[in-house]
Design a binder for this molecule. Structure first.
Ligand SMILES: [Fe+2]
Ligand SMILES: [Fe+2]
Length: 190
């Protein structure tokens, strides 16, 4: 890359212009003058992310109830904690959609199609853990891609997704360890 281009610092707007701009276009929410993303496209992407998180809440919640019947209190607790964290993710994403001027889509109709992960049909503990491990692997891959996609065009959305990614990586690790504990070895490579 050309040295001049590489060392060029981003332009900084003077305070007077920042103040003037802020007073105009007050109805645009977070889509300010410096927003370099495509707000509609961002909302569309975040609706799919929201659906994914809701499906994860539902799967983990169902598993936490079903696991109790399988007398696996430790796993039940883990599923419960994850369900709560997936709900927190869903709410953050919904808030962001709202900030960008969209309406978060909580409609159960079409939810499974909008989601990148599946609800599943596990019948025993190992199957439950495996389904969640697969879902977490999808989530981690997806969030990593999205973080790169938003880059500097939308630092607000990117930072939110980075925060979620850290938790998904922990979830992935938890499911991996549970699978090892209940099966002796992971059925999926890392
Ligand atoms: Fe999540
Ligand atoms: Fe997760």
């Amino acid at each position: 890359m050309d040295q001049a281009v590489k060392t060029k610092k981003p332009f900084l707007t003077d305070i007077k212009t920042l103040r003037e701009r802020a007073k105009k276009h007050l109805g645009e929410g977070n889509v300010t003058f410096t927003y370099e993303g495509d707000a509609n496209k961002t909302i569309e992407i975040l609706q799919a992310v929201l659906a994914t998180e809701i499906v994860c809440v539902l799967r983990y919640t169902m598993h936490s109830v079903a696991a109790a019947g399988l007398s696996s209190e430790g796993v039940k607790k883990e599923f419960e904690v994850h369900a709560g964290e997936e709900l927190a993710h869903a709410l953050s994403v919904a808030e962001r959609i709202n900030q960008l001027g969209g309406v978060p889509d909580f409609n159960p109709k079409g939810l499974a199609t909008r989601s990148s992960t599946e609800y599943g049909d596990a019948e025993n503990l190992v199957e439950m853990i495996t389904e969640n491990l697969i879902a977490e692997r999808i989530a981690v891959d997806h969030y990593r891609e999205l973080v790169r996609y938003f880059g500097n065009d939308d630092p607000g959305t990117r930072t939110m997704l980075e925060g979620i990614l850290v938790t998904e990586e922990e979830h992935l690790n938890d499911m991996h360890d549970l699978l090892v504990a209940h099966q002796g070895k992971p059925t999926l490579s890392r």
